[in-house]
Design a protein. Structure first.
Length: 184
């Protein structure tokens, strides 16, 4: 069945492009909604990570390369709309490290989407803390890092639980079996 699915998507490049455009639009929309919500978090940089719901889904449906491409495009677009070059830098660092870790952990097959997403949330916060420690003189990373890691773990777990519910439905809608049938 997997080979039939790969052949189907390769023959229907326009359908693949349409779905990827839809995923990018959805990630931007979730980022926009999150930017409009008041941030009740006590530490700068803490967010819910709603757009990562889409990115983790893309990692499982399409693959890590495409997930990185969509994530980078989302970070850059949202950075120009609602942030600045620093927010783009923080977002790209977080996205790259997060996706690298999630792709490697997913490849082992030892963890569910919940564990993979939890790692991604944690790595995202670690990367942003590393960037802040380089960019901001005297950044108190020893104080921020444990709080941000806990926030990333909680947020990533919630995103993973949501993906655990949504991914089977997405596979059904896209008429694909399993995960990662697109090459990306």
């Amino acid at each position: 069945m997997r080979n039939q699915n790969q052949t189907f998507w390769k023959k229907n490049a326009s359908m693949k492009a349409a779905y990827l455009g839809l995923f990018l639009a959805l990630a931007i929309l979730f980022g926009y909604v999150e930017a409009m919500l008041p941030n009740p978090m006590p530490v700068p940089g803490m967010k819910l990570g709603l757009a990562n719901l889409v990115i983790v889904g893309i990692l499982y449906i399409v693959g890590p390369g495409t997930a990185l491409m969509i994530s980078a495009a989302r970070v850059i677009i949202l950075g120009f709309l609602f942030g600045n070059l620093y927010s783009i830098l923080y977002g790209l660092a977080g996205s790259c490290l997060s996706l690298l870790g999630m792709a490697l952990l997913k490849k082992t097959g030892a963890f569910s989407v919940i564990g993979v997403s939890a790692l991604g949330g944690t790595l995202h916060e670690i990367a942003q803390c590393l960037v802040a420690s380089v960019m901001v003189l005297g950044f108190p990373w020893k104080w921020y890092l444990p709080i941000l890691m806990l926030a990333g773990l909680i947020s990533g777990t919630v995103i993973g639980i949501a993906n655990r519910i949504l991914l089977p439905r997405m596979f059904h809608i896209l008429r694909i079996e399993g995960s990662g049938v697109w090459t990306g």
